[in-house]
Design a protein around this ligand. Structure first.
Ligand code: ADP
Length: 483
């Protein structure tokens, strides 16, 4: 049997400690799946205020660890806790992390994010020494961890941890961590790296570019997105850099933790159900209607949206068809955090059509579960989607997704019209209001045929997007990197 691997997984968010988006789900569920396969996986992340506020118990494992950044010696404490069999380390430094939010005030960034996440990246090495852990692999995630491979290659840490390999996972290429040049000095990045073949990006430094250039291997979170990002349309300016590393770039889809996200086990929904007890799903629909104070009507289709209110998610496509959806006599539930202007549009629609539209402009984990279980149809009109989780959650809840055929949505969803025997949803393209509306109408046409809809729901619910397969792919990739 192959020897178990030692992996340090570094992330800026993880469930149940801090969640902004899908990275948090993945940062909990992938390490858990790898531990389940016998590996020693430890996660490192900042000790934000919201982590403190979880009320969980944290053990102090190292106090005042010395750490040099921007010419100053700064200290941090290292805290530890166990979550579902995975050891989590937290970096406690109140100057950088004791704040209300993870990345910044709503819709913005903290001005010192370069230092906050540069601090995290550089702290990886004193952390490893403090806990006496020499990993085979440091698994980095998104721009917030993009300097780790650079520090390993170009600083004294490289000599100490010379056998350690780095994997850089791109969860979303659009957020790159671009900062002014003067941070080169503050972050102790060697001056010679400030060039086009290095971390320079139009006169600034780019953390994402650093991760792409200096890691041993790179992956994204679906096969389709790994191809898309090498094109101008999806590359967000990184397509050329990615092309230079094409042979080290792969796509591994995210999985789902079915202990949390399945209608059989979900602790936050009214009634648990599975594909053989589908009739119980209508209790969840009733519960969702009750949540919004709306009269329950079994026959009326309920459409749901959960996600950030940003252009990427195609939220403007949804706001663009809201009046026409109401004409179809459906009920629409929208849950999202992000740009206020979309909230204003949906709020106005909810006031105009109280029997048809509801919006919640907040981050609400419980409600997101209720929406997955209580809706008939789930909407994901994302313009691009590296992987996307909700389409996979929806399928398991028998809540049929209507998705734009891009990235992970295209990989996970099989169109019922194209393939009635295997279909688990509906796809549309291009990402425009007319195509989106047509996709929804196709779903509603099948919904009106009870038998066909039930068959579709059961078919969808039998799809398995658990981590089992993807965690195996990560293991294969780690081992290949170590050859
Ligand atoms: P992204 O990471 O781009 O935001 P993903 O689909 O990968 O998108 O993951 C988003 C995750 O965040 C999902 O688990 C989704 O349910 C959750 N989520 C997004 N917005 C909210 C919200 N307002 N309230 C609760 N959960 C949310």
């Amino acid at each position: 049997m192959a020897k178990p691997l030692k992996i340090l997984f570094v992330t800026s968010e993880a469930v149940p400690f801090a969640k902004v988006g899908g990275l948090a789900d993945v940062s909990a569920s992938l390490p858990k799946a790898l531990v389940g396969r016998g590996h020693d996986v430890r996660v490192l992340m900042p000790f934000y205020k919201c982590v403190k506020n979880t009320g969980l118990q944290f053990k102090m494992v190292a106090r005042s660890v010395k750490h040099r950044l921007s010419g100053n010696i700064l200290g941090f404490n290292l805290l530890e806790t166990d979550s579902e069999g995975v050891k989590f380390y937290f970096l406690e430094n109140n100057r950088y992390f004791d704040r209300e939010n993870v990345y910044g005030p709503v819709g913005g960034d903290y001005v010192d994010n370069a230092l906050r996440f540069g601090f995290l990246d550089k702290a990886v090495f004193p952390t490893l020494s403090a806990v006496n852990f020499e990993p085979d692999i440091i698994h980095c995630n998104d721009w917030q961890t993009g300097l780790i491979p650079l520090y390993l290659k170009f600083s004294e840490h490289g000599r100490i941890f010379k056998n350690v390999k780095t994997l850089f996972t791109i969860h979303n290429l659009a957020y790159q961590g671009i900062f002014e040049k003067f941070y080169m000095y503050m972050l102790k990045i060697p001056q010679q790296l400030f060039r086009i073949e290095g971390v320079e990006y139009y006169g600034n430094i780019n953390f994402m570019k650093s991760g792409i250039l200096y890691s041993d291997a790179i992956n994204t979170v679906s096969k389709k997105y790994s191809e898309e990002i090498m094109t101008e349309d999806f590359g967000a300016g990184m397509e050329g850099v990615l092309k230079t590393r094409e042979k080290d770039l792969s796509g591994i889809p995210n999985g789902v933790d079915y202990d949390i996200w399945s209608p059989e086990k979900d602790k936050q929904i009214k009634v648990n159900y599975n594909r053989d007890t589908l009739a119980l799903k209508s209790e969840c629909k009733k519960d969702l209607m009750g949540y919004f104070g709306v009269t329950f009507d079994e026959e009326r289709p309920v459409l749901g949206y959960v996600g950030r209110f940003v252009h990427q998610k195609g939220i403007d496509l949804l706001s663009g068809i809201i009046d026409r959806l109401v004409e179809l006599n459906v009920f629409i539930v929208i849950l999202g955090s992000g740009q206020e202007r979309y909230n204003a549009v949906f709020k106005a629609a909810a006031e105009k059509y109280p029997a048809h539209v509801r919006v919640c402009h907040e981050f609400n984990d419980e409600l997101s579960h209720k929406i997955e279980a209580g809706c008939d149809i789930f909407l994901m009109p994302s313009r691009y989607e590296p992987c996307g989780l909700n389409q996979m959650y929806s399928v398991k809840y028998g809540t049929i997704p209507v998705v734009h055929a891009t990235g992970g949505l295209d990989d996970a969803i099989v169109d019922f019209g194209d393939d009635p025997k295997n279909g688990n949803g509906f796809k549309f393209a291009p990402p425009g209001t007319e195509a989106f509306l047509r996709g929804i109408k196709r779903a509603l046409a099948v919904y009106s045929d009870k038998d066909a809809w039930k068959r579709l729901m059961q078919q969808a619910m039998s799809y398995d997007f658990s981590w089992q397969h993807s965690a195996g792919e990560y293991e294969t990739l780690y081992r290949k990197m170590l050859l």
